[in-house]
Each structure stands twice: as C-alpha cells, then as structure tokens.
Design a protein around this ligand. Structure first.
Ligand SMILES: [Zn+2]
Length: 350
C-alpha cells in the first residue's frame, strides 16, 4: 500500500526543478499571470484551498470520469501550507470544505480528518474551515465542528468575522437543511428528505437522472440555508452596510450558475442571493464543491468564484492560491490549476 506523503512530497524532483527553470516566477508570488498593483498594499490577504478530499485509497474517478488522486491531494495541501507560510503576509487561510473523501473507510474517518487538520495547523495563523458534504459523510456535526474549531450555535456552522475595519467575511452553512450530518430523525434531516422527495423522483437521491436544467441541483449531496440562517445573514448584511463594510461571502456550495454546474448549486441559492441583492455590500461569493472551478459576475456586479479542487490535481500539480484584498478589488493569485482572477467592478468575466 502506498503511504500518503510525510512532509513535503518529492514525487518527482526532476519535474519540480524543470518547473522552476521554466516558470521561475511561480514560487515568487506572481502566479498565473496576475500582477499586484504597484505601490499599493492590500488591506489583508488570505490563503484558499478547496476539496482536498484526502483518503488513503487508490486513485479513482468521479461519476463523470474525471480522475481523482485521493492520496496525492494531501501533498497539494502540504505544498499550499508551505507556500502560504513562505508568503509571510497572509493573515489567515480559508478551507472551502470537503477535507476527507466519502470513500475513506469509516474506521479511518476520524484519523483522516485529524491528519488533514494537522496539515492545516502547520499554517502560521488562523484557519477558518467550511463544512462540505464529504466532511459530513465521514463525521457527524457534533464530532466534526469541535475538531475543526468551527464556531456556530446549536451544531450550525455559519459565522462571520472582520479581518479589517473595511471588510466582513461571512461563512454560510450550506448543509443547514441536509439529509447528511444531522442525526437520523433530526428535524433538519426530515425536512431535507421531505424536500428531496418532492423534487427528485429517483430512488437514489444522489442521482440527478431525468431532472432538467436547474432542477438538477436537487440531489442529496447538496443542501440549503435554513430560515434562521437567512435571517442571520440579512442582519449581518444590514450591520455591514451601516458600518460601511464590504462583504465576502463564503459557502461550500456555489450560489451562481455562471460559476458552477447545475448539479452543484445550493438548493436555495436563489433565496440566498435575494437577501444578498437587497444590499450593496457583498463584493464576492467564494465557493468549492464544483471541482472544475468557475468565475462569473452576476446581474448586480457581484463576483462568484468556485475554486478548482485539490483532489483533481495529477501528481506534482497544484490547486490553491491566495487572495489580496484591496478597498476596490480582490486579486486571486492561483497556483497551477487554480486560475488567477481579478475581482473588481471593472473586471470583465474571463
Ligand atoms: Zn462538496
């Protein structure tokens, strides 16, 4: 059995040396073609990674046939943490969810989550975690949330924080109403199962077969933001508006079709966006879950960016990045398979 990497991976020293010769700037902070505005310091910066989905199992593929590298993905995370630490000016890191894959043998789930969390803890600063469906296949909320130190009341995983006077980061819990993660028979589980029963006629509720267009999101591996959380979000955005703060919304599940496949959207993305569109403070919505990644600008000028998955990086390739936040723009510097993205009022969709 191939062991997962200890420390930084050395799959192919030659490959990495070649890469340094071919792309010398790659390890120097100017990644994937985006250049910082000269002479202007960001208000704050943070690292991003999504869908590590580590498991000590052989490589496989998604139901669409996309290769998945379950053991290599933790190496991507290790290289990410090393690069974030070398950067020296990152204030925190946000993990966009799904740290361990659902295919991880259940007797290894706890150890696998701890192992991935241990890699995150090597970052020299705070790490904010979002929960994803794969996290919840491995551990129930009451075990997962304390382990990852996710704040939130009554088992919920939504919270906000303000890294600078000018900005607020809002983390949504996309599995608030969900058939996974809550105890069997819990009112939220029942609510989700009832909802799926009305929306998805398949016996396998993880299958979108026969569902058309946007209906294809009504599958069990997605979820919804509940009523109470919507009211909380509304209150946060009202408060941010009063304080003249700009807001970055983070959710494991994407909120805009332009940045996601139909199958990956939050069940009630439209309700969440209706709340967001009541205000002018939200500048970007960042997400994971839709592994190929995407970027769009919605009708209100809000940028939506779904991140490319670490899981789908072939050996010795990467998908992570960092975001520099300015008063009028966000610059995502992606590494390798993560595209760099300028998110500003004037930025055109790539
Ligand atoms: Zn997911």
């Amino acid at each position: 059995m191939q062991a997962a990497c200890n420390g930084i991976c050395n799959h192919s020293l030659l490959f990495r040396l070649l890469k340094l010769v071919i792309c010398p700037s790659d390890d120097m902070g100017s990644t994937n073609g985006l250049v910082s505005p000269p002479g202007k310091k960001p208000l704050f910066s943070f690292g991003v990674i999504s869908d590590v989905q580590y498991a000590d199992i052989p490589d496989g593929q998604s139901f669409l046939g996309v290769p998945r590298y379950y053991r290599h993905s933790i190496c991507v995370l290790q290289r990410a943490v090393q690069k974030w630490n070398n950067h020296r000016n990152l204030n925190f890191v946000i993990n966009f969810g799904d740290i361990v894959d659902g295919k991880c043998p259940s007797d290894q789930s706890l150890d696998a989550v701890k192992k991935v969390d241990n890699e995150f803890q090597k970052f020299n600063g705070p790490v904010y975690h979002l929960i994803g469906n794969h996290c919840l296949y491995n551990l129930p909320r009451d075990k997962l949330l304390p382990l990852l130190k996710i704040p939130g009341l009554n088992g919920h995983a939504y919270y906000d924080f303000s890294p600078s006077l000018e900005y607020r980061i809002v983390v949504l819990d996309g599995y608030d109403i969900s058939a996974i993660g809550w105890p069997q028979g819990h009112s939220k589980t029942l609510q989700a199962l009832e909802f799926l029963e009305t929306k998805n006629p398949n016996s396998d509720k993880n299958s979108p077969a026969g569902l058309l267009g946007l209906e294809r999101r009504f599958v069990m591996f997605n979820g919804a933001v509940g009523r109470e959380q919507l009211e909380w979000l509304d209150g946060i955005l009202k408060d941010a508006t009063k304080l003249k703060q700009k807001v970055i919304v983070c959710c494991h599940l994407p909120l805009d079709l332009g940045a996601s496949s139909q199958e990956a959207l939050l069940w009630n993305y439209d309700e969440v966006m209706n709340v967001i569109h009541r205000y002018n403070c939200v500048k970007a919505c960042l997400a994971g879950h839709d592994h190929k990644g995407g970027h769009s600008i919605d009708s209100h000028g809000i940028h939506h960016r779904s991140f490319e998955a670490a899981l789908e990086c072939p050996p010795d390739t990467d998908a992570f990045g960092h975001v520099d936040v300015y008063d009028n723009r966000l610059l995502l510097f992606g590494t390798d398979r993560m595209q760099s993205t300028e998110m500003s009022k004037t930025a055109q969709e790539a």
